[in-house]
Design a protein around this ligand. Structure first.
Ligand SMILES: NC(=O)c1ccc[n+]([C@@H]2O[C@H](COP(=O)([O-])OP(=O)(O)OC[C@H]3O[C@@H](n4cnc5c(N)ncnc54)[C@H](O)[C@@H]3O)[C@@H](O)[C@H]2O)c1
Ligand SMILES: [Fe+2]
Length: 355
């Protein structure tokens, strides 16, 4: 009845903490044959950050491209590359990037010790063997992927995470300095993912004191970040993301995330921007949250794409509706046990046509 979940056991936080990655890995390095895999968002190829990686002889820098959000096929390919690099298991996997890269690194560490394709494990607690030791280092903040027990993947049949206690990072390093240089739109969209996690958690029917404690602090920090000026806004965003993730861990997200999954599945819309587009259509469900979100958009001069669903065929629109309505727990959290009578297919379609 009650969730009994694991948490990330080791957390380092602070400006410049990235410099301690070498020390963290040193404790894990076994012998001269051992190696570490740095799963690095290719946006950092040739960057100062890459030069600071504590790479030793035999290690592997595995560049990943996240122009498309993670797919099972792509992660299977990456796992093969690691196996080709060395036939033994690595001493550690280090994911460095935004939510997509953090999820990819989780999957690589899981799939090195579990047979088959990552698509076989999309679901809840299907993973049998513990993952290779893995460290997560966010360079974008908002998704909460650094703290969550899921790695979201699009597979041949569905978009669904690999949810398990083994998915959780063994160590995260939260260094706000790494957020420097994120393009403004991306900073905003990923930050809003966090704000929306908070609203959906706090306004949901599953709310409880655990989720409230984290959600209220997280949304308070989001207001400071997106509606005020603070020199330490990046520090706040790093922690808001963590707390937002903790809040939904014991409650659930809601209507906005359900609708964003439909956008993502049919149109390939990325998570942050998709959540923003969906949230902007949800005045009836989250009236105060949507008003505040629009103030944040105005302040940062963010303009969302409009009318993206209208040109789609009936077939695609219906697939979007089906994808969204399949996410039962999200709707239940949002609208209660009677949600099917409120969020009918017609209503859901109408919401998409507003986007
Ligand atoms: N596991 C979870 O709990 C969870 C939760 C929410 C979302 N997600 C996943 O997270 C992904 C979205 O993550 P995201 O919003 O963090 O974005 P992202 O990782 O998809 O990256 C977005 C863009 O920003 C770039 N980028 C990343 N860091 C940068 C930096 N410091 N400077 C410049 N560019 C940088 C990337 O190269 C990419 O082009 C989706 O795949 C979504 O499914 C996972
Ligand atoms: Fe999200």
């Amino acid at each position: 009845m009650y969730k009994n979940f694991s948490l990330v056991p080791k957390v380092m936080f602070g400006r410049g903490s990235f410099a301690q990655l070498g020390d963290v890995l040193e404790e894990r390095r076994t012998n001269s044959d051992g190696f570490v895999v740095f799963v690095l968002d290719d946006v950092f190829a040739g960057s100062e950050l890459e030069k600071r990686l504590p790479v030793e002889d035999g290690d592997m820098v595995l560049y990943v491209n996240v122009d498309d959000e993670p797919k099972t096929e792509y992660t299977d390919l990456l796992v093969d590359k690691v196996k080709q690099h060395n036939t033994i298991l690595p001493d550690g996997i280090v994911g460095i990037g935004g939510g997509s890269t953090l999820d990819i690194a989780k999957v690589v560490s899981l799939m090195l010790t579990n047979p088959g394709s990552s698509a076989d494990y999309q679901g809840w607690d299907l993973i049998k063997n513990p993952a290779v030791y893995h460290v997560g280092i966010p360079t974008l903040a908002g998704t909460g992927a650094e703290i969550s027990r899921t790695a979201i993947l699009t597979g041949p049949e569905k978009k669904l995470g690999i949810n398990s206690d083994y998915t959780l990072y063994d160590q995260v390093i939260l260094d706000p300095e790494l957020l420097k240089g994120v393009p403004k739109d991306q900073w905003f969209y990923t930050g809003m993912d966090c704000y929306i996690h908070d609203v959906e958690s706090l306004k949901g029917t599953f709310i409880n004191e655990f989720s409230k404690a984290y959600g209220e602090k997280s949304i308070d920090m989001c207001r400071q970040i997106f509606l005020e000026d603070h020199p330490d806004a990046d520090d706040k965003l790093m922690m808001a993301s963590y707390f937002g993730g903790m809040s939904i861990a014991y409650s659930q997200v809601g209507a906005c995330h359900a609708l964003s999954y439909g956008l993502s599945y049919v149109l390939g819309t990325h998570h942050g921007i998709g959540c923003c587009m969906a949230f902007d259509a949800l005045d009836e469900i989250y009236p105060e949250g949507v008003l505040e979100f629009r103030k944040m958009m105005d302040r940062h001069q963010i303009v969302l794409p409009k009318k993206v669903a209208a040109p789609l065929s009936q077939e695609k629109l219906q697939l979007m509706v089906t994808t969204a309505l399949n996410l039962t727990p999200l709707w239940e959290n949002c609208l209660g046990p009677d949600w099917r009578h409120i969020m009918t297919r017609e209503k859901c379609l109408e919401l998409y046509l507003r986007m």
